[in-house]
Structure formats: structure tokens, C-alpha cells
Design a protein around this ligand. Structure first.
Ligand code: ATP
Ligand code: MG
Ligand code: MG
Ligand code: MG
Length: 576
């Protein structure tokens, strides 16, 4: 590809709404363009990366025996009513009506549609196992779309669905997909970890997330460096990881300040975990005297189950920081704070917010932990108080770095991550709801055992950048770079030799199948280098008159501190 034929459009500054580095760099590198909240145009430079990600996924899915199909973005509501998800799913599910007033949804995933296909097409045990996948546009009306492609509303997902005759076979399909995911993420060239995860709204009881390790991740991974144990704790925005115990104790000495205390401080003061297996919301109120000193602090704890709906909220109340603990009703909390019930959703807020006049400060957070692999999760632990509803908090555990691993094989460490893939064993949840049966060896109908497997295609771009960047820009791993090599001729307009050498190198690399771009824009060297460093092309070859006279070109890897000289005739061998 030649740069003049292609579309290169870079920016010096990132737009103000870009908070994280991947979003900033993708905007500056001209990879995406915002069309609306959480909705982006994939510009040519970004689309090349998406296509490479998709290609690797396709190759590994095909190699693992999955078959590709393509299901519609807009799906009839009837199927979603069969499983109950049309009503259950809440506002993340975008519902639309056609001109006849019929209900449709824009797919956030495709369990219903694939199960509908399976119940019609897969009739005999002889047709099983089967694994269908597609790479398709998804829409989720996220509460807070942000971070560019990482939490979009419209995004691309690869979702696969396996159908098996029994639990054992389904387990094999699951393991097969797990192995394929490892190959896929290895090929991306990203540092990742597979962790045990919550089965969430989709249900089922076997689930792993593939997490790309990055400081800016929204999730936190608890793992044991000396064993296989790894689990996810989804963290809320603005919630830092609980520091090691010593620091935690220090932090406990602090006094909460109305309007200033962060939820972490309150949680620390309470000795609460920032990692919990229930979603929770902490509201702290301070009663002040006329001089503004805190007389009493009340902390309210809302434990939220399921998919964030208010009717599933239970509230607990802690009187005084060292006091007892009891559950309050949502109504009580709503009355006390005088806030709208809608306000009590588990929203993560960066800063404490005042929700009632000057005497109350509300500190909110959204702790979620998904360390829920059956028989192997954090259970039976609490906050050291008499909890009146042990079942509700049974999964809660205060996890800090250095705690013993649940498998007894070492100590836990904590690291931030970005969920890029997710494999679920679904069991018969969907096949039962939709009566998807096949005839077994005895001619008897049996429910299909299912699994589902997602990869956030577009999120991969953000995650890769969060993990691989420097002050100058993106550093793509070779496998998913928009171009692998960029050739930068200096003064090609003045020197026929430079032009000829650049063209020759370009043709040779192209013939070898190297994904090479020739920068024939005639830009100054500084501007040219800045562009490609920002865009993140992993290998650069610079050709200039002076070097060529000595038979040399300059090669620089994107992570290298300086260029190295290579013989003109050696450069192809070096790059192929
Ligand atoms: P999250 O916890 O980040 O909201 P999720 O658990 O809801 O993700 P899944 O239902 O497991 O997501 O979907 C499979 C994959 O799709 C995720 O692992 C992630 O890579 C991707 N994904 C989910 N939501 C988004 C989004 N809003 N934008 C981009 N990618 C997404
Ligand atoms: Mg989600
Ligand atoms: Mg998740
Ligand atoms: Mg998930």
C-alpha cells in the first residue's frame, strides 16, 4: 500500500472526551471517528487492525472445528420473549418497533437466534457436537459508554455457540474453545490471563474470562503466582485496588471528609473489601456540628444482586464506623437520602457526590466480584460482623494482595485487566426455555447442552494499546498492526536513487507477502516519523541519499531506542 493511495489522518491533540490512553491514541492516529456516544466510524487505519484481529479469530475458530454463519443484527422479540430475556434484560437491550408496531431488538448476543436454528436443524445425536460462530455487530445501550472502543454501545463481537448431547461432551466443547482462545490471544501477541468469572445474567456454572493485563483495566484479577488459581473482580470506575494490609491500616486512620472522602476511604475505614462478589453501593453520610466537625458517620451499604435492577437491591446500614450491621429496606434509604430510587443503581462515580443538602455526602461505588467458579470461590466469609442474611453475603470476601489463595497453594496477587473474551458453559438454560431437543441413540428427545463463547473484537484494539504504547504513540504487536513495515524515503522528490531504492524495497517486500506501506507523501522526515510512531507500525525502514551511497538503510523497531544500519541487500531478509 502507498500512503498517497491510502488514508492517513493524524491529530496533534486528542479530543477532550478521551480519558484513557487507547482512546486518545486511536483518535489521534485516525483509527476511529466518533459519531455519537459509544458509536464510532472505523476509519481505514483502524479497520485494518480489526480485519487482522478477525482473521486470526476466524482461523483459530475454524481450526477448532467451529463453523461460521451470520445472524441478523435486528432480531424479532418473540424469540427473546421465549427465554424471558426481552423483559429481564433491562435498558442495556435496545428495543425497536417496525412500522407495524412489532417488537424487535438489536442483538447484544445471539443465544436465542442460534438456539432457534439449532432446534430446527439439529435433530439427531449424529449431528452433534456442533459449534456455530459469527462475527457481527452488537449493540448494548451501556449505562456509560466510554474509553472509545473499549466500552462502546455499538461494537463487534465474535460469538460462538456449542451444542452437545450431554454434559461431558459439553465440557469437551468448552475445553476446546478455551484452548482455541489461548491460541488466539497468543497470536495477538498480548499478555493475558484466563480467570474464573461470574456467570452473571447469562447463567450457567462454568465460566472463564480472558483478561488482557493493563493498569487501566476496569477489572481486577486475583491470582496466585504459584498455582493456576485466577479469578476476576470487576471493579467500578474510580475504585482503586485495596492496598496491602499495612497500607490499609494506615488509611484507616484517616477521617472521612464530607464532599471529599472517596469511596475507597470509606470502605477502608469500614474494613470493607473493595472486592466483593456482590455488586454494592456505599452511601456515607456525615452528621456535622455547627463548626463542620463530624459528629457521627453513617454508612449505608446496598447489596445488589443480578442485573442491577432496583427491585433486586437490598440495603444494609452501618451505624457509626465501628457499629453493628443490619439490613435496611431500599425505601428507608430512599427516604433518608431523599433521592430518586433510580439514583440507587450501582453507578460508579469518580468523586463523592452530594445528594442531599449540605449535611450529607454520598460516596458511591460499584463493587463486583465474579470469583464464582462452583466449589472454588470465595465463600463463607464476611466482614467480621454478625450478618443477618448470610446467604446474601456468602460470596463476599475481603481480598487483598498477600491473602492465602483459596486453593491453598500460595498467596494471592492482584492485577488490573481488561475483559476481552469470555467462555461460558450454559447447560440447558436456553435449550430448555426454547425446547431445543434432539433424538438420542434410543430415539428419545433430549435437551441440548450448550456453551457460548465471546470475544470483543473491537475492544481488543483498545486493550492492545493500553498494554502497548509509549509517549510517542501506539506500539502494535506485529500480528495486528495496521501495517507491519513502513518505508520512509527521505527526499525522494529530489533523489531518483532514493525513489528507486524505496520502490524496489516496497515491491520486494510486497512480493514476499509482507504487509508494507510506502510513505510517498513527501512529508518532512520529522512529521513522517511522528505519524508512524503515533500509528504504531512496528518496523520502519528509512532510506536516504547519504546512506544509500554507502549501501545502507536505517532500520528501527518501534520499541528500539535507536536505528541500526543495515545493508540495502540485507533489509529484506531482516524483515520477512
Ligand atoms: P463487561 O463486563 O466489560 O461489560 P460483558 O461481560 O458484559 O463485558 P460479555 O457478555 O461477556 O461482556 O461479551 C463478550 C465480550 O464482548 C466481552 O468479553 C468483551 O470483550 C466484549 N464486550 C462486551 N461489552 C462490550 C462493549 N460495551 N464494548 C466493547 N466490547 C464489549
Ligand atoms: Mg457488560
Ligand atoms: Mg464482564
Ligand atoms: Mg463477560
Amino acid at each position: 500500500m502507498k500512503a498517497t493511495q491510502f488514508f492517513v489522518s493524524t491529530l496533534k491533540e486528542a479530543p477532550a472526551d478521551a480519558e484513557v490512553v487507547s482512546h486518545k491514541l486511536m483518535m489521534r492516529a485516525g483509527m476511529i471517528k466518533r459519531l455519537g456516544a459509544g458509536i464510532y466510524n472505523y476509519m481505514p487505519m483502524g479497520l485494518r487492525v480489526i480485519r487482522k484481529v478477525e482473521k486470526i479469530i476466524r482461523e483459530e475458530m475454524d481450526a477448532a472445528g467451529a463453523v461460521e454463519c451470520l445472524m441478523p443484527v435486528i432480531q424479532p422479540a418473540e424469540l427473546w420473549q421465549e427465554t424471558g430475556r426481552f423483559d429481564k434484560m433491562g435498558p442495556e437491550l435496545l428495543r425497536v418497533k417496525d412500522r407495524h408496531g412489532r417488537d424487535f431488538i438489536v442483538q447484544p448476543t445471539s443465544e436465542e437466534v442460534i438456539t432457534d436454528i439449532a432446534r430446527q436443524e439439529l435433530r439427531s445425536y449424529r449431528q452433534l457436537p456442533k459449534n456455530f460462530y459469527h462475527i457481527q455487530t452488537k449493540f448494548r445501550d451501556e449505562r456509560r459508554p466510554r474509553f472509545g472502543l473499549m466500552r462502546g454501545r455499538e461494537f463487534t463481537m465474535k460469538d460462538a455457540y456449542s451444542f452437545d448431547r450431554d454434559k461431558d461432551a459439553a465440557g469437551r466443547s468448552y475445553d476446546n474453545m478455551y484452548a482455541a482462545y489461548c491460541k488466539i490471544f497468543d497470536r495477538f501477541g498480548l499478555q493475558y490471563r484466563a480467570v474464573a468469572a461470574d456467570t452473571g445474567a447469562i447463567g450457567g456454572d462454568r465460566s472463564h474470562e480472558f483478561q488482557v493485563i493493563a493498569e487501566t483495566g476496569e477489572d481486577a484479577i486475583v491470582y496466585c503466582p504459584t498455582s493456576d488459581y485466577a479469578a476476576n473482580i470487576e471493579l467500578a470506575e474510580g475504585v482503586a485496588l485495596l492496598p496491602a494490609r499495612g497500607e490499609a491500616l494506615q488509611a484507616q486512620a484517616k477521617t472521612p471528609t464530607p464532599g471529599k472522602s472517596t469511596c475507597e476511604e470509606v470502605a477502608l475505614l469500614l474494613g470493607l473489601p473493595l472486592a466483593q462478589t456482590v455488586k454494592s453501593l456505599v452511601l456515607a453520610t456525615d452528621e456535622l456540628d455547627k463548626d463542620g466537625n463530624i459528629v457521627k458517620t453513617q454508612v449505608w451499604l446496598l447489596l445488589v444482586r443480578g442485573d442491577h435492577e432496583l427491585n433486586e437491591v437490598k440495603a444494609g446500614k452501618v451505624e457509626g464506623l465501628k457499629g453493628g450491621f443490619r439490613f435496611a429496606t431500599v425505601g428507608e434509604i430512599v427516604d433518608h437520602f431523599g433521592c430518586k430510587p433510580g439514583y440507587l443503581g450501582p453507578i460508579g462515580l469518580k468523586k463523592p457526590v452530594k445528594i442531599v443538602a449540605d449535611r450529607t455526602v454520598a460516596v458511591m461505588s460499584d463493587f463486583i466480584c465474579g470469583a464464582n467458579e462452583v466449589d472454588f470461590h470465595f465463600t463463607g466469609v464476611n466482614w467480621g460482623r454478625d450478618l443477618p442474611e448470610p446467604d446474601l453475603v456468602a460470596d463476599i470476601r475481603n481480598v487483598v494482595a498477600g491473602d492465602p489463595s483459596p486453593d491453598g497453594k500460595g498467596l494471592l496477587a492482584i492485577q488490573r485487566g481488561i475483559e476481552v473474551g469470555h467462555v461460558f458453559y450454559l447447560g440447558t438454560k436456553y435449550s430448555k426455555a426454547m425446547n431445543a431437543t434432539f433424538l438420542d441413540e434410543n430415539g428419545k428427545p433430549a435437551l441440548m447442552e450448550m456453551g457460548c463463547y465471546g470475544i470483543g473484537v473491537t475492544r481488543i484494539l483498545g486493550a492492545a494499546i493500553e498494554q502497548n504504547h509509549d509517549a510517542r504513540g501506539i506500539i502494535w504487536p506485529d500480528a495486528i498492526a495496521p501495517f507491519t513495515v513502513v518505508i520512509c524515503p527521505i527526499g525522494a522528490d529530489r533523489s531518483a536513487d532514493v525513489k528507486a531504492a524505496a520502490d524496489k524495497l516496497y515491491e520486494e517486500l510486497k512480493a514476499l507477502g509482507v504487509d508494507v506501506l510506502l510513505d510517498d507523501r513527501g512529508e518532512r522526515p520529522g512529521a513522517m516519523f511522528a505519524d508512524w510512531e503515533l500509528i504504531g507500525v512496528p518496523h520502519r525502514v528509512v532510506l536516504g541519499d547519504r546512506g544509500l551511497k554507502e549501501g545502507q538503510v536505517e532500520y528501527q523497531g518501534r520499541r528500539d531506542d535507536a536505528a541500526t544500519k543495515l545493508g540495502v541487500n540485507d533489509v529484506v531478509g531482516h524483515l520477512k
